[in-house]
Design a protein around this ligand. Structure first.
Ligand code: BGC
Length: 768
């Protein structure tokens, strides 16, 4: 018998005993996963559970809590602590675990650990209910050594191709299950309305439509047709809602979002995900309009459940119930905080490093402070997910069933995807592509590390410890050396980003040497940007690219050697002081483990770039407007600088070929509310090589009862055209596509005149 089969068989046996009268499955007849049958199994199981079983199910602990050592400080070699496991999993009946104890594990180790954990849950705990293990697999299964690491979400969004997100999530699901983990805390559906926010790169950018399409594709990629598929996982849309627009720009600080904006900009990505069947949601750690979201029944119950129709599992974010006391100060003690959050609508607490939560929750129920109906509702959702995921039948999938884990095939997919996302912002006089014969200087703080390619959540939380880098992956420098030969590459570090107490500090190292090398080179490739970070450690007080990096560019510009900037960064660091010194600018965002090769491919013309900005690249620190700003924000008047003037516009991105738009045609110049307008345009590849173009349809509402946005993206499609080829691209617009949230906080489409804009062409129509 294979080792993995033991726990599953014991589990099925254990459950069969505990739930003998269940009208459903037995080991000999695998259960069907029809919704009704799962409901029946949940109901039967729930009836047998006592209060301790139930509050245990609602508890999620960190893996640290199963290990020898103190949480956040687990010594090597990491060892499971049997007494701790027994206390948490058997005595307290904890139903869910998450995270790594510091760094990525091999998948063999994951199998060992999760098998042991499941053994406690299923053999030693009377209910035999398996553990639901969750992990942040946000750009690949980034907590399993050797897994395929993909471009981060912001990078994926720059492809403007939802199929890329679908495929990345599909492979991530496969590699998660290969690691015995059935639940991924992804995707982030917080729309990036503030580019200072240190988690901007974890989302799909500033636009609601683009982020919704990418998010839906991601959820479908994770979940497939059925969660019991051993190659799929439960997705977790996060962080509901309003996390991405903190007033300070810093992580987990207050946001002030009027209801109209909440509905128009922040809820739709989540609604699209709910409609696509997202199994779980994670709640926003921060406060909105003075109320921590974890304690807000209007958000967690009235909006999420009653209005949006979400039926899945709602988990808190890290420590957030306790933080209602320690940080937000809306509860006098932990017990009051538990009562607030559970009554507001939380199903599971990501506790994750204390054992008090289930004890307090139990007391609250016994004291009548939390109704039993509320508990049953949550436990029902949790059990349902466990059944849907097939955990009762197979808590540990066979390790040999995943031959493609971390394979060359998956790495090849990651490379193709990284190439699709790279965004060429500027290319004066066709500086790019470079000739392979030119001697180049490669310099800058992001040229020679994998952290600036991968970003946070890469083998460790902050993703910047080179000890944990995936072996064999190439930095930008190494990829260029491989492409053109080491003898043609002068490498000088120039400046370095150092981290002290989580603060990222830029330091000039040898700018003079870089300048001397630039004089000996035909081109200077200067790699700038950021190291990896996430959450609080990524907070900054100045969006400008650090001074040392700017000085590096200024000094090299003195030599007259043409400059190519390669930007690797999680958010658009302001480059207005040096953009004019560069002949070409290539934005890589965080392109993942294959990003170095992808960048070299674009620099040397092996791939024609087609990425487009998923956010507005600002020019000034006090000008952080989004592309869909109001008309008053773009007025250019003599006595004010208050007009929209970004460095690069949302949707911008160049190609090595060129495209011409012509014959913009509307099916009618007037439509009624119940009619559909067809908008079409001819796009022609007027250059000399094949390329891809993102056709973007913007609509402007000229007059509305709530001041209209200057423009909104209403449709888009990425197309491939051979040199000389042309194609007519058509979009359908319905009245609801033109809607906004009106004076009464409800979606409305008002009659009037609208302008459509496609590739610089405009037309007008009237809605009656
Ligand atoms: C983050 C979440 C993440 C969770 C679990 C939190 O600190 O905000 O995005 O899913 O940790 O690791």
């Amino acid at each position: 018998m294979k080792k993995w089969m033991l726990p599953s068989l014991l589990l099925i046996w254990g459950l069969a005993c505990w739930t003998a009268c269940e009208p459903t499955s037995s080991p000999s007849s695998p259960p069907s996963n029809s919704s009704d049958e799962i409901d029946a199994r949940v109901t039967a199981l729930l009836q047998k559970m006592d209060l301790a079983d139930k509050v245990g199910e609602m508890t999620q602990l960190s893996l640290d809590m199963m290990m020898v050592g103190e949480p956040y400080n687990i010594p090597d070699p990491q060892t499971l602590d049997t007494a701790k496991m027994r206390r948490a999993l058997v005595d307290l009946r904890v139903g869910s675990l998450l995270n790594v104890a510091g760094y990525a594990l091999s998948r063999e180790r994951w199998h060992e650990i999760i098998s042991q954990i499941q053994r406690y849950a299923t053999e030693e705990k009377a209910s035999g209910i398996p553990i639901l293990y969750g992990i942040d697999a946000i750009h690949g299964t980034n907590y399993t050594k050797g897994a395929t690491l993909f471009p981060q979400q912001i990078t994926q969004a720059a492809s403007w191709d939802p199929e890329i997100s679908r495929e990345i999530s599909r492979i991530t699901a496969y590699e998660c299950r290969a690691s015995a983990i059935p639940w991924s805390f992804s995707p982030v559906l917080d729309v990036g309305r503030d580019v200072r926010w240190p988690r901007l790169w974890e989302g799909y950018g500033e636009d609601v439509l683009l982020a919704s399409r990418m998010g839906v594709a991601s959820i479908e990629g994770y979940q497939g047709d059925r969660l019991s598929d051993p190659q799929r996982v439960a997705a977790c849309m996060k962080h509901f809602v309003g996390y991405s627009a903190p007033r300070s720009g810093h992580d987990r600080t207050p946001a002030y979002i009027p209801e109209r904006q909440l509905r128009e900009y922040f809820l739709p990505t989540f609604q699209a995900a709910v409609d696509a069947g997202a199994a779980t949601v994670m709640i926003n750690s921060a406060e909105m309009n003075g109320i921590p979201v974890h304690a807000n029944p209007k958000i967690l119950t009235n909006i999420l459940r009653d209005e949006m129709g979400f039926q899945g599992l709602a988990v808190t974010d890290w420590t957030d119930i306790r933080y209602l006391v320690d940080r937000h100060r809306v509860a006098k003690d932990y017990k009051e905080a538990v009562k607030m959050a559970i009554n507001a609508g939380i199903d599971m607490s990501m506790v994750p490093v204390d054992l008090e939560f289930p004890v307090l929750l139990r007391e609250l129920v016994e004291e009548g402070e939390v109704p039993m109906t509320r508990i049953d509702e949550s436990v029902r959702r949790i059990l349902r997910l466990k059944f849907e995921l097939g955990l009762f039948e197979s808590p540990i999938p066979p390790i040999d069933d995943y031959p493609d884990f971390g394979s060359e095939k998956h790495a090849g997919t990651s490379l193709r995807m990284a190439r699709e996302c790279l965004t060429l912002l500027k290319n004066n006089d066709q500086t790019l592509p470079l000739s392979k014969r030119s001697r180049v200087l490669v310099t800058g703080p992001t040229a020679n590390n994998l952290a600036s390619l991968n970003g946070g959540w890469t083998n460790t939380w902050q993703g910047r410890d080179p000890v944990h880098d995936t072996p064999g992956k190439l930095t930008v420098l190494e990829a260029i050396q491989e492409k053109i030969g080491k003898d043609r590459v002068n490498y000088v570090e120039g400046t370095r980003i150092e981290v002290k107490n989580n603060e990222h500090i830029d330091r000039a190292i040898n700018i003079g040497t870089a300048v001397a090398a630039a004089r000996r080179s035909e081109v200077a490739i200067i790699c700038l940007g950021e190291l990896s970070y996430t959450e609080h450690p990524g907070d900054i007080n100045d969006l400008r690219l650090p001074l040392a990096q700017q000085q590096l560019v200024e000094a090299i510009a003195e030599t007259g050697t043409p400059i190519v900037l390669v930007l690797l960064e999680g958010r658009p660091r302001i480059i207005s002081a040096i953009d004019g010194l560069a002949d070409a600018v290539l934005l890589g965002y965080y392109p993942g483990n294959e990003g170095g090769v992808a960048i070299a491919d674009v620099l040397y013309g092996l791939h024609n770039p087609s990425g487009k900005l998923p956010y507005t690249y600002p020019r000034h620190t006090n000008d952080l407007l989004r592309y869909d700003h109001k008309y008053t924000e773009r007025l250019k008047v003599d006595y004010s600088f208050n007009h929209f003037n970004p460095q690069y516009e949302f949707g911008h991105g160049l190609s090595y070929t060129s495209f011409a738009y012509s014959d913009l045609t509307l099916s009618s110049s007037k439509i009624r509310m119940d009619e559909t307008l067809t908008v079409s345009v001819v796009v022609r590849n007027t250059g000399e090589e094949p390329g891809k173009e993102v056709v973007q349809l913007y609509v402007s509402d000229l007059v509305a009862s709530i001041t209209p946005s200057y423009q909104r993206l209403r449709e888009f499609e990425k197309i491939a055209l051979q040199a000389g080829e042309e194609r007519r691209v058509s979009f359908e617009l319905r009245a609801e596509d033109l809607a906004f949230v009106g004076i009464d906080q409800k979606w409305v489409t008002e009659p009037g005149t609208f302008t459509v804009r496609l590739g610089g062409l405009t037309e007008t129509f009237t809605l009656e």
